[in-house]
Ligand binder design. Structure first.
Ligand code: EPU
Length: 335
């Protein structure tokens, strides 16, 4: 385990922001992580780097969670239980599941990031959230240095949310995630409009999980920028939930506003729509910008600093608030 000095983090964050780590260590096992924690009080964790915006250099030791490995714990006729270490790339893991005909994650194809961080924000897309397949999450308790296991319920999952973003924040390092996937009788979720359309266009009436994964990949590639080409962190803002009363008022002047009913009193509206209405879609300010096909995604065209991107985000929040009286919450971690 070597500690490196003055390492650029550009390759370690999907926004491609060029901030530096004073000291950097790549962690490849649970044991190594325990050893590092015995010597260092304060660690800055980095994994897939897909949900963070770096606005400054990091003075504390940066620990790159690079623990690999997938194991099959139990197999039944209809289901399989897997444990996947935190450093596995999410999309490669999903593709591996599809190749084994293990169902449940196909709608979550092509989401950037690593397995270890998927529970933190309960990644979700096209009608599926990762909480639907997670059985347990394994972590290292920073205070005791011991292994701890959280059940699905203990993770307190919600929309883009979990205890790891709230009361458990900063207390644990997630090291592995266990999933229960289907081997037969896959529970297909094709209700999301764009998936239905993509399958219809291909003349597929009884899709396999492979067909669904391929449709999701095609939809995401058509709408979302590939971080390898243009730096980004996926959805920058959460979709806000507003009172149905406020929504009905808004709808009077904006009859085309898309919405999703949460309850009788609450309605979710797409942040992308709000940002687009405020004229930001496709706009560029230096190397920071708003993606031309999905206004929810902020992008780095090359050399934008984290501060420039953050300033753009604040400008968008202010304009959306002034126009619609709706506060937009940032989904990405600002460092
Ligand atoms: N819309 C616009 N303008 C835009 C973007 C969207 O008018 O620039 C409208 C669309 O026309 C549509 C509605 O907003 O009527 C919803 O758009 P979309 O289906 O693209 O989904 P979203 O709500 O914008 C969410 C997730 C995405 C996920 C998609 C698909 C959040 C914050 N984002 O986006 O997640 O892929 O649904 O399920 O919930 C991510 O988290 O990084 C991410 C990409």
């Amino acid at each position: 385990m070597t500690i490196l000095e003055n390492i650029s983090l550009k390759e370690y964050n999907t926004f491609g922001v060029d901030c530096y780590a004073k000291r950097f260590v790549s962690i490849t096992s649970f044991y190594q992580l325990q050893q590092v924690l015995k010597k260092e009080q304060d660690l800055f964790l980095i994994s897939g780097g897909s949900n963070m915006l770096l606005t400054k250099d990091i003075d504390t030791l940066v620990a790159f969670i690079n623990i690999k490995g997938i194991s099959i714990d139990r197999e039944y006729e209809d289901s399989v239980h897997l444990t996947v270490n935190a450093g596995e790339n999410w999309h490669e893991f999903v593709l591996w599941c599809i190749s084994q005909d293990f169902g449940g994650l196909e709608n979550l194809s092509l989401i950037p990031g690593n397995v270890g961080t998927c529970p933190i924000q309960n990644i979700g897309a096209y009608g599926v959230e990762v909480k639907d397949t997670i059985t347990t999450v394994e972590a290292l308790d920073i205070e005791t240095g011991k292994r701890i296991t959280f059940s699905n319920t203990e993770c307190g999952f919600g929309y883009r949310n979990s205890i790891f973003k709230n009361e458990a924040k900063g207390k644990y390092i997630l090291t592995a995630v266990s999933f229960r996937l289907t081997k037969k009788k896959h529970q297909l979720n094709t209700s999301y409009g764009a998936i239905e359309t993509a399958l219809q266009e291909q003349g597929i009436s009884s899709p396999t999980i492979k067909n669904i994964s391929a449709a999701v990949i095609a939809i995401r590639q058509s709408k979302l920028p590939d971080p390898k080409e243009i730096g980004n962190s996926g959805s920058f803002f959460k979709n806000p939930v507003i009172s149905t009363k406020q929504f009905l008022e808004l709808q009077k002047n904006n009859p085309t506003i898309p919405s999703y009913k949460i309850s009788e009193t609450e309605t979710k509206v797409p942040a992308g729509w709000l940002v687009e209405q405020c004229g930001f879609k496709g706009k560029r300010f230096g190397d920071a910008g708003v993606h031309e096909k999905q206004a929810l995604v902020l992008v780095n065209y090359g050399n934008a600093s984290g501060i420039e991107i953050y300033n753009l985000a604040k400008k968008i929040q202010q304009t959306v608030f002034d126009t619609f009286n709706i506060p937009l919450e940032i989904e990405v971690n600002i460092i």
